[in-house]
Design a protein around this ligand. Sequence first.
Ligand SMILES: [Zn+2]
Length: 413
Amino acid sequence: MRVQELAATVADLDDAAHIDAIRALEDLKSACAAAQARITAEFDATRTNPAGLGAEIALARRESPNRGGRHLGFARAMQEMPHTLALLESGELNEWRATLLVRETACLTKEDRAVIDQEFCADPAVLAGLGDRAIETKARARAAQLDAEAVVRRARKAVADRHVSIRPAPDTMTYVTALLPVAEGVAVWANLKRDADSLVGTGQAGDRTRGQVMADLLVERITSVDNADAQPVTVNVVISDETLFGGGAAPAHVDGYGDIPAPIARNWIKNAVTKDVAELRRLYANPTTGALTNLESVARCFPKGLARFIDIRDKVCRTPWCDAPIRHRDHIEPHENGGETTELNGAGLCAACNYAKQAPGWSAEPEEASGLHQYNFTTPSGHTYRSTAPPLPLPAKKRARTRQVEIDIVWAA
Ligand SMILES: [Zn+2]
């Protein structure tokens, strides 16, 4: 039965039946997650070479390779947690709550993990009615009781994961997130809050709120606008000439962020040009498709110009459903098999996707296409997927040859 038909069969029923149907479908989703976990574990057990396995699962589930790896880890954990798997199968636990139990017991031995599985999930009444947070807290507390040493080791290891990341927020805002050890994280926040409080308290903050002052202080301190020794950094923007000079509406693309609306980009660039900190470079794209035009080289490593070309053309990792930033310019057809170092045979990939692709049984070949750059790749299970490069911003009026403009804005010089 197709999903639409399923929805239609309950369309004429009363309220109680609607709610019953919603519950039944929710149970079905959990049961599907359990079935996927079982099948993934079987797939894992029969495959002799585990390399790239997570990436294959990700492609099948239309998710990023990172998520694919987590699904694989989840499936393996379910083998050690049969009662949790049973609750997932019956719909008593959903996939996320089962994932929380896996995550909070990941640092434990197989035996201790089995204790929590038994205590929490053998009887469905134990976790009945508990929300995400309650389940997480309960599992964490029990894990600490069973093996405090392991929890401490895990905390120490987590410090190694500290990092800073950026992702787009609505309305052309952005989240810059730092994952820090708790003491340092609290220190950063308390420091900003103390100084913001003081500026607000002495009337030096103008009409800014405390939150706004904290955000401004963060930017000032990190980009060191007042610090003469500060090294300038570059923000890379790709924009169509029509948008830049002709008032066009096509958005501009900012490296590390994504698309920003035309008026904001124009303003930004105008300010940078006025302050003499912008460097403009011209790029050319096909006016109909937005495909960046060709470049060629015979070197083994992608030369700087070609690497830059691939980065601008591909924007993010070329694996479908993977949004990770480009870390490697990969030869689609390997160099040792005669693959050329060209725009056609090059693709921008994140590190994980590049390693997955090098595993035995993976193959890829570029496809000569008149429009956007394309290549096909085949996984060890014999499934073929296609990757298509995103189009560049197009101008409002199409001309014979459209000029794109790439702009490096030196930030905080
Ligand atoms: Zn990737």
